[in-house]
Design a protein around this ligand. Sequence first.
Ligand code: NAP
Length: 295
Amino acid sequence: MAEPLFNRLCLVGIGLIGSSIARVAKKRGDIAKTIVVTTRRAETLQRVRELGIADVVEADAARAVEGCDGVIFCIPVGAYADAMRHIAPHLAPGAVLTDVGSTKGSVVRDLAPLMPEGVHLIPAHPMAGTEHSGPDAGFPELFEGRYCIVTPLPVSDPAAVEKVKELWRRCGSMIETMDPITHDKVVAIVSHLPHLIAFTICGTADDLAEETKEAVLKFAASGFRDFTRIAASDVDMWRDVFLNNREAVLEMLSRFSEDAHAFGRAIRRGEAGFIEDRIKRGRKIRRSLIERKQA
Ligand code: NAP
């Protein structure tokens, strides 16, 4: 077995993503010698103890990060700045601080100014998830065969960047490197806009009259059901994603709205060719996802 990548790795936050990292680290043994977990609620800490997915469970994040050579933020992106202010004086010199947040521009904006001298900030985003949350939701295979996007800063230490990439390789992921702005645009279209549409379509259905709503639920097995799965996602996480990727989401929403209106106009005018073309493009994209094994 390879040498553990980290001597002492602290997970700040232990929901779906944090607990999946803890589980894969426990299973492999070559990610960290010691896994420290900290989170804000006593109930969650207690659950982590019961699940046995950490070596050390510590309520105070500042104490938890002491002596750690790796720290991973696994909390909603809107909570980063406060968490960082609390732990910054306790971070060990030379430590690598990374994260799993779904936005990257906001992470650099919020964390870079608070980084102590000698601590390396290397943001990352595993493109893997489910609609479930909390420490019971995680599983060690979550990241297998999925992309992890690493967004180093121009000043980032190459050895620290490599360490974060190796962490994700050991979790089973494929690595892509990007700048935070490109990352935020890409995820706005592939993840954030689809969630916005799912939350909206469920709201629209909910606004319908009582009897119709029943019919909606009764016949949900068609396309609507897939939207409800996405719409079951965590409130805090998604509120923070929309508020922290505002520009990219608004840009994609406005492009989408134009295209949706064009589709509507084609339906009104009976333009069968336009409608067929849209459906064919959808089928083509689905086929290429299957070919890339990302379906
Ligand atoms: P989760 O299952 O809901 O867990 C969230 C964790 O963050 C819990 O430990 C929770 O602590 C803690 N937390 C919540 N609000 C907090 C606050 N205001 N201050 C401090 N701690 C707080 O979330 P998750 O799905 O693992 O998401 C974690 C991160 O991964 C987010 O940044 C998200 O954008 C990113 N991400 C998520 C997915 C996905 O599909 N879910 C995919 C890729 C990346 P308590 O339980 O103690 O309250």
